[in-house]
Design a protein around this ligand. Sequence first.
Ligand code: CAO
Length: 518
Amino acid sequence: MTRITIPDLGGADGAQVIEVLVAVGDEVSIDQPLVTLEGDKATMEVPATVAGKITNVHLTVGATVSSGDVCVELEAKAPAQTKTSSASTPDEVTSKEIHVPDLGGASAQVIEVLVAAGDTVTAEQALITLEGDKATMEVPSPYSGELASVFPKVGDHVQAGDLVGVIAVQQSEIVTDNATQVSPAPADVAAVPVAEPAVPAQPKLDTVLSAPSNKMVYASPSVRRYAAHYGVDLARVKGSGTNARILKEDVTSAIIALVQAAQSGSIASGQAPAAAKPTRPMPDLGEHEVIELSKIKQVSGRFLTDSWQQIPHVTQQDQADVTKLEAYRASLKSKGTKVSPLIFMMKAVAQVLSLHPNFNSVLSEDGSKLYLKQAINIGVAVDTPKGLVVPVIRDVLNKSVLALSAEVVAIAEKARTKGLTPKEMQGGSFTISSLGGIGGGHFTPIVNMPEVAILGVSKLTTVPKWADDAWVPCSMLPLSLSYDHRVIDGAEGARFITDLVKCLQDPSQACFLVANEE
Ligand code: CAO
């Protein structure tokens, strides 16, 4: 009896089972999805890591799971024979190690792991993406075969010769391609850009798309995101993977076929994938320089585009008179305790989120459910040389001002120097983007999907205010609250920002007290 367990969820423990795709008695093959999980930021499928007949299904829809929980039990089929003997014949299977190629002396960080143990890969298929000082590169598989193990994790630092994985390869595969595959060509991580995905040639519409149906769609979360990005309906895409699983290449073929059909007039241009419509030609740029956008910028760019396109944003603006809070901050500073206005902002936001739970939530992918979170975990946008990242500060409501201040300083420094782990960026339910240290007035921050709201904080200015028959100088803090109008109504948005302003105007609030002061 073999047990298949929930794999490492990258810190996203507490994911919910939203689909159970198999039942007792089903025969499953390697890589066939067993259940679909929904975490804070994404959905993922748990694939079968061995083939066999299901004897017990341990999970039901709605269950909450963590890494290591048992998913199913099955009677495993006899595995394919593997051996490492050099005397193997062309039809036998041999285990081969895959190593990181020459990186030109540098080490590099793993920023994507594109495969998992049990995946069948083809020669030259990318396994992991590395980011060095100046560029990213993919490490391809030198062989076609089935991966027995994959070792690097996102965030690991690797160098030439480190083990990427072990692959079971048909002996004939090695005989044919030995000369080029055993010693991968040296690749300079500072010079090799990520290759564009291979584009299949001229697919015909009816070979890649079927009529709309309610069939179950098998596709990985990354393929689903890819299809969603281009506006392709996965229910219509013909899958070429195991059990009609839809692969990235299938979606690419569908995009190309749809664009060609739109260009030839056989479908209306509005039916072509939105992001794949013919683009304007590049204008004559004259002398120019080309810079490769960092991976962080490319990835955050995709998320921002998705959020901007999918969320009906409203930005409610206001300003808080923080004169008293600034005086309190100055009194702390005179006693040697320096606290950024951002920390008081976080405490005030946490306070107000506890009164407006709809803002402390994430929305399900289909927009039908709102998950109200108990913990108040606030993401803080940090500007780094490689782009914008959002570390998440947990349990802000229950942390002291000083503890929060130390944590924000440390995590912002780590984001700028060493980089963050995925876990440090997960689990948030509201984001603050503070440009107060830089300048500028109100702005329109973009919601950090699937969260439903974000607060933009700008630089405070001193303005004259009429009070008690006299003009007095006041410190006014511009606030810009963007929210998802599918979830938050305008009245709720106005109530939230009004409560936030009230909170910030009263520094005697318990949440602002600095422990060593009182
Ligand atoms: N008004 C006036 N001054 C402010 C302020 C405000 N709202 N917020 C901060 N300041 C002051 C601080 O007090 C500090 O001044 P002193 O050094 O004289 O005390 C100075 O500005 C620098 O602050 P900081 O930016 O270093 O620190 P912070 O705690 O305010 O912010 C962090 C930390 C990580 C949020 C910030 O460094 C950062 O990266 N901001 C950019 C975020 C961003 O790019 N957002 C855009 C996202 S796109 O939507």
